[in-house]
Ligand binder design. Sequence first.
Ligand SMILES: [Zn+2]
Length: 240
Amino acid sequence: MSSATGLASLLELQEHDGTLDRLQHRRDTLPERDALARGEATARTLAVRMRALSEERAGLAREEQRLGDEAGSLRARAADVEAKMYSGSVSSPRELQAMQADVDQLRRHEQSLEGHELELMEALEPVERALAELDAQRVQLAAELNAVRSALERAEAGIDDEMSAEQKARDAIAGEIDPSLVAEYERRRARTQGVGVARLVGNTCQGCHLTIPSTEVERIRRAPEGSLAFCDNCGCILVP
Ligand SMILES: [Zn+2]
């Protein structure tokens, strides 16, 4: 293959590589990917809030249980004292009076604990409600995330198909070009914004769209067949 056809093929290669770059960029910046990241962030925030509320609920429930247990034991003690009072084993009126005072005291204490228990149950209600609301949000969000994940996978698969066809066409052309020329092109393409070769149209490099001095353009156009010219601005191989 002559150098001129080599350069023409190189331009074709560049076109395929440019398309591949654009497809890769489109794949990286799919709106579904953004939507998924945002949804996952919301899900994490939701999980944190639910964990905090669950802990609050557990704390209130523990306290309620503790009060309930204590009230129960006070009730049992009062019942014990009463049983003894009515058993007939105690006959001293003063002792009976003292026992009655004990029972009254135990009952008052029990009632105050039960009042507190009721307050706790009331405090639990809004926590339970908030948790139920957040859980409904969590379920809905999970369904939305699943849909976004599927949409992302479909979009990725579509681009992957395009990319593999493009890659095949690109590799077929690359296989026909002198490997050292391809290597030169790859090196330059890696250094620039993905442009390794471009046409020189008039005084303008089509890679960077900057003007090249006329004397330099003259020199490039007169250069013998097979010699390579490069753009001083972007560094790509120039095809006169
Ligand atoms: Zn250039």
